[in-house]
Ligand binder design. Structure first.
Ligand code: AMP
Ligand code: ZN
Length: 119
């Protein structure tokens, strides 16, 4: 069923507490934790606790939850004090775009190199 935890999903395991993570924020339906391989001084992942394979699937199935994930990304940026300096939200979608974990997540990136615009 859509949203159900997947046994082979690393982020479902983090949500369940079966794999440790460095949590930075938690709500009833979302979790934010530090990326294990940070690409910038601030590199936090925000995930819905429910499993959806990517951001668009999440938004299609549960637009409210997708909005909550985005709002949480903004709160992470506030907590990290990077709102004024700027931050970037990235949803890699599909292996061809670099997605390696197929549980919807947004990368919150800040603190260096963001002047190099991708688009
Ligand atoms: P993506 O390439 O967009 O699918 O992003 C997956 C991200 O998850 C990568 O940046 C990984 O470094 C990160 N990651 C993978 N396993 C863990 C973990 N156990 N704890 C924290 N971050 C992780
Ligand atoms: Zn999952």
């Amino acid at each position: 069923m859509a949203g159900e935890a997947q046994a082979d999903c690393v982020f479902c395991k983090i949500v369940a507490g079966d794999i440790p993570s460095t949590k930075v924020r938690e709500t009833e339906h979302t979790l934010a934790f530090r990326d294990i391989n940070p690409q910038m001084p601030t590199h936090v992942l925000v995930v819905p606790k429910a499993h959806y394979p990517d951001a668009a699937s999440l938004a299609d199935a549960d637009p409210g939850l997708a909005g909550t994930v985005l709002a949480e990304a903004g709160r992470v940026a506030e907590d990290e004090k990077v709102v004024d300096s700027g931050y970037r939200l990235i949803f890699n979608t599909g292996s061809g775009a670099g997605q390696t974990v197929f549980h919807a997540h947004v990368h919150v990136l800040a603190g260096g190199g963001l002047h190099e615009k991708l688009v």
